[in-house]
Design a protein around this ligand. Structure first.
Ligand code: AMP
Ligand code: FES
Ligand code: ZN
Ligand code: ZN
Length: 319
């Protein structure tokens, strides 16, 4: 099959637009979709420094490449972040992929090592598998905020795709969890200078498009899953279900996300937020007296000391 725009060999057939694309026109198409996110949410990137959260997996590699290319023609700066959670094999191979990606994109990347910064690894918390995953999510989100604040970044970009976001939306419908539902968009603005804006540049890009892009452009990524991931979760099953629907109705996921975006303000009106206060240990915004990050650190290490030490020092290292 030939690319719709040139004589090159097509590497993907985008079913929802009925378009075969070669690697360079796939890149152009993906960049256009990333720009759509910034336009839709009226995110002003000029003079901003954006933290690119890199897991070493395919989606954050795709996102990093597209954002780096966009930064070369637009007026913003990008810098990568890899959080080393100390998961045997998985974290080491992921770090290697991030190092290679950093070289091939000429992207400056910082790392933060959990053991160095807080004195423990995710694997030696003694938690059960599910608890590890949810604690890990809280720790990663907090360390992204920490890195952005220490490094002067106003926006954090993650590699979540259209498939991830729609699966989370469906999960929130199933469980009728309105509080989670309102937070699921592609962009969440900054919160009182302490929490940077969060954007998902691949919000309108599918996992398949992302995979074909990294493979056809030869960008490094680590393809194994985290050993603690469970395929029994509602979001994993929701993803499988949505893939089945998408196969029969190409474009349904994008339609679902666009309709969600239209209704989001309506959902917001239905949710009552408790007033945000400052965590009495670390000072970050929190709904409780002590934020969930500080509570986890106390549960694992027996004290809050390492949180305070982390804020007093800069644990970001350049690779
Ligand atoms: P996950 O929660 O593993 O599905 O990852 C979602 C997104 O979070 C990825 O696309 C990355 O942008 C970011 N992320 C996940 N793990 C890490 C990590 N170890 N270091 C930095 N960013 C990460
Ligand atoms: Fe955190 Fe798997 S990446 S538990
Ligand atoms: Zn082409
Ligand atoms: Zn705290």
């Amino acid at each position: 099959m030939k690319c719709k725009y040139c004589n090159g060999k097509a590497v993907i057939y985008v079913r929802r637009t009925r378009t075969p694309l070669c690697p360079s026109h796939l890149e152009e198409y993906l960049i256009k979709n990333v720009v759509k996110v910034f336009k839709h949410y009226r995110i002003d990137l000029s003079n901003k420094k954006i933290l690119i959260a890199l897991s070493g997996g395919k989606d954050s590699s795709t996102m990093a490449s597209l954002m780096k290319k966009l930064s070369e023609v637009e007026d913003f700066e990008v810098v990568g972040l890899y959080i080393d959670l100390g998961i045997p094999k998985y974290s080491d191979y992921s770090l290697k992929a991030v190092e290679k990606l950093s070289r091939s994109l000429d992207l400056e990347v910082r790392t933060i090592n959990l053991r160095e910064a807080l004195g423990f690894n995710i694997s030696d918390t003694g938690f059960k598998r599910r608890t590890i995953c949810s604690a890990c999510g809280i720790i990663k989100r907090y360390l992204m905020n920490y890195a952005a604040l220490v490094d002067g970044c106003q926006i954090i970009a993650t590699g979540h795709t259209l498939d991830d976001i729609t699966a989370y939306i469906l999960k929130s419908y199933i469980t009728q969890d309105l509080k989670s539902l309102v937070k699921l968009g592609v962009y969440n603005p900054p919160l009182n200078k302490l929490i940077p804006g969060k954007v998902k540049p691949l919000g309108y890009v599918s996992e398949k498009e992302s995979l074909v892009y990294v493979l056809s452009s030869n960008y490094p990524f680590y393809h194994e899953e985290c050993p603690y991931v469970s395929h029994e979760t509602i979001e994993f099953q929701a993803k499988r279900f949505l893939n089945m629907v998408e196969a029969k109705h190409p474009g349904i996921k994008l339609y679902m996300l666009r309709e969600y975006e239209k209704n989001r303000q309506l959902y917001e009106k239905l949710v009552e937020y408790p007033p945000l206060r400052r965590c009495k240990i670390c000072g970050m915004p929190s709904q409780r007296e002590v934020c969930s990050f500080c509570s986890i650190v106390k549960r694992i290490t027996g004290s809050y000391d390492s949180v305070l030490k982390m804020w007093e020092n800069n644990f970001l290292r350049i690779i």
